[in-house]
Design a binder for this molecule. Structure first.
Ligand code: ATP
Ligand code: MG
Length: 279
């Protein structure tokens, strides 16, 4: 195994985020490459990441694999992960343009399987978006970046108290119940991940944040809340198939208790299409 942090040689920077840097590294003895994420626990900001703890106990082909956690310096954590060579769905979109319905069905199938695993293990991701979905050399899609993820502990009625800080994460992908904290805590914490997946897939298809017309972005928080919580559902391109429309509508149901769960979505006809593609 890769037991020693000092045996790792930095090769390049794979990405930067709000709380850390991700390097491509090589293990000197085996010359295998990995991704190494260094997180600064910024305690004066009140930011505490459960990422290492969560990644350490997950084991799914649809979740990025963790090979070890180190503490290179006090207040710093380093997470050694499998290197996802094809980058993020966001990066692939920037390079190649919008994804077809068929390739998104295959992506949906994989991300839903990752979410199924997480939700069954009481983990809510809370930051599903194109830049947190990684792609391997053989084009497998896996969920990454557990920087704001949480273990769902306790029973439904305690959800509200446990999740007072649910506004962490990326606002554009947040469900109505997370944006509008008055309606939050009704026990459907997992439904937020399904919403974010719906926004993600539709955005990768139409090429822009789907609640606004192309070229326009919400200019402030209020505008985002109004359009996501109270505005009309996003429209589809004319040529969009019925299966695709129906699937996205099931993800983007504003009322969290009516939104489809991950298990329900896995048997949606659109996703069954994506499952076949993987074979
Ligand atoms: P943000 O706050 O922007 O969401 P973050 O600090 O939480 O980011 P990550 O999303 O985990 O960090 O990683 C930042 C970027 O580094 C990713 O978007 C991706 O480009 C790259 N990256 C992360 N993990 C890997 C990996 N295992 N293999 C390849 N690239 C990776
Ligand atoms: Mg990220």
């Amino acid at each position: 195994g890769v037991g020693d942090f000092l045996d790792l040689e930095k090769l390049s920077v794979l990405g930067r985020g709000n709380h850390g840097i991700v390097y491509k590294v090589r293990h000197r003895q085996t010359s295998a490459t990995y991704a190494l994420k260094i997180i600064k626990q910024d305690t004066n900001e009140g930011y505490v990441s459960h990422e290492a703890e969560i990644l350490n106990c997950t084991d799914s082909p649809f979740v990025v694999k963790c090979h070890g956690v180190f503490e290179p310096r006090a207040g710093e954590k380093a997470i050694l992960m499998e290197c996802m060579d094809a980058g993020t769905l966001d990066g692939i979109f920037r390079a190649n343009g919008p994804f077809s319905e068929a390739s998104l069905a295959h992506i949906a199938y994989q991300v839903l399987n990752g979410l199924k695993y997480l939700h069954e293990h009481n983990i809510v991701h809370l930051d599903i978006k194109p830049s947190n979905l990684l792609v391997s050399k053989d084009m497998k899609v896996k969920i990454a970046d557990f920087g704001v993820s949480k273990f769902v502990r306790g029973i439904v009625s305690r959800a509200a108290t446990n999740y007072h800080n649910m506004c962490e994460g990326t606002h554009a992908y947040m469900s109505p119940e997370r944006l509008d904290s008055h309606t939050f805590g009704s026990g459907c914490v997992y439904a937020g991940d399904v919403w974010s997946l719906g926004v993600t897939l539709l955005e990768l298809h139409v090429g822009h944040f789907p609640f606004f017309p192309a070229g326009k972005k919400p200019s402030n928080w209020m505008e985002l809340v109004l359009v996501v919580c109270f505005g009309e559902s996003p429209s589809f391109p004319k040529e969009a198939s019925e299966k695709f429309r129906s699937f996205i509508k099931c993800c983007l149901e504003k009322e969290p208790s009516k939104r489809w769960t991950v298990s329900q979505l896995l048997s949606h006809p659109y996703v069954c299409l994506g499952e076949k593609l993987g074979k």
